[in-house]
Design a protein. Structure first.
Length: 134
């Protein structure tokens, strides 16, 4: 068994505090009214039967598509793929249910559609370059 160090003890303590703090936050978020999201990029319509719905729209002149996918591979978005102008935008779900992409990695958003919109804004018209995931 590995030796208990101060670093490991602090890491475990921080994880427990974070987990305990997330429970009241989740309860208060669930009781909030979903009628009007605070972030204009988010859409509560993206949540359907426990997962995000497919979308296909043009946002700031860029075609964005998102859809559930099946099978293995390198998709980290819970079986969901997002494309901007036909190029795949790699998305991933966080433990709290938020979504991030390789373009806006440090700005979590509530849905894959919001992640695609955030990426379009961040790209500022530049093409999305294919990302080689290993």
């Amino acid at each position: 068994m590995p030796e208990l160090t101060r670093r490991r003890a602090l890491g475990v303590t921080a994880a427990l505090v974070a987990a305990a703090g997330a429970q009241p936050l989740t309860a208060s978020a669930a009781s909030a009214s979903p009628e009007r999201p605070t972030d204009p990029r988010s859409s509560m319509a993206d949540h359907h039967h426990g997962g995000p719905e497919a979308f296909d729209e043009v946002y700031q002149g860029r075609r964005m598509e998102g859809r559930p996918v099946t099978g293995g591979g390198h998709h980290h978005g819970g079986g969901y793929a997002v494309f901007i102008d036909g190029e795949e935008l790699h998305v991933m779900t966080n433990a709290d249910g938020s979504w991030i992409s390789v373009v806006s990695h440090y700005a979590p958003v509530p849905t894959p559609r919001a992640a695609a919109r955030a990426a379009v804004v961040e790209l500022q018209g530049a093409p999305l370059v294919p990302f080689a995931a290993n």
